[in-house]
Design a protein around this ligand. Structure first.
Ligand code: E4P
Length: 215
């Protein structure tokens, strides 16, 4: 499973990239706005901080507008993937970008299996299913991950299923069990993945015992 960081915070990205285990980054307009930096310069810095793909969202009301905006965004760095929404205009743009403009696309804001199917039909490189926002509507978001992975298998779609908006280690575990292609995590959750109290306890014991035998 590939692990992306879901943030536009450069320091978070650098700390996670430093582990050697980070495969990419996803952003959205809210996360970019939260940095308070002009977006083009910020996006270039984020793209230099990681070797993997960096998703940046295009915004426009029409497919033509989305394509134009996406091509401009994709020109900022070679590792950019452009996010477009799972709307009729967004999916029109996704197909054009993938097939005619050589721009990799991440279809975002997917909350239902049929939306995931339509998104995959465009040839999008990534289809983002959004977990905790769905959980907040009393829906088990891991069922959506399961459905999206099943749709991909049944019909041989090439899109990677990207689980976004994860908030807990249970989300991570669920995605692992389902063979989800990619998760994108906040920094805190990424570093929680290293942790277990028995790891700490066992290491403390070993350290004490070494101290008894080492000169
Ligand atoms: C997904 O495409 C969204 O941009 C993002 O992952 C949402 O995360 P949030 O629910 O933590 O804001």
């Amino acid at each position: 499973m590939r692990i992306f960081l879901d943030t536009a915070d450069l320091e978070s990205i650098r700390r996670a990239a430093d582990t050697g285990l980070l495969d990419g980054v996803t952003t959205n307009p809210s996360k970019i706005a939260a940095t308070g930096r002009p977006y083009r310069a910020l996006v270039r810095d984020v793209c230099s901080a990681v070797t993997g793909p960096v998703s940046v969202e295009a915004i426009a009301a029409t497919a033509d507008g989305l394509v134009k905006n996406a091509v401009e965004i994709a020109g900022l760095a070679p590792n950019i993937v452009v996010k477009v929404p799972v709307t009729p205009e967004g999916l029109k743009a996704a197909r054009i970008l993938e097939t005619e403009r050589s721009v990799k696309v991440n279809v975002t804001m997917v909350f239902a299996a049929d939306q995931a199917c339509l998104a995959m039909k465009t040839g999008a490189t990534y289809v983002s299913v959004v977990l905790s926002r769905l959980d907040a509507t009393s829906t088990d978001s891991l069922l959506l991950v399961e459905d999206a992975m099943a749709i991909k298998r049944h019909y041989g779609f090439s899109s990677a299923v990207l689980a976004a908006s994860l908030k807990t280690r249970q989300h991570v575990l669920g995605c692992l069990r389902l063979g989800c292609d990619v998760v994108t995590l906040p920094e805190s959750l990424f570093f929680q993945m290293y942790q277990h109290p028995l790891t700490d306890q066992g290491l403390a014991e070993f350290e004490r015992d070494w101290a008894r035998v080492l000169p």
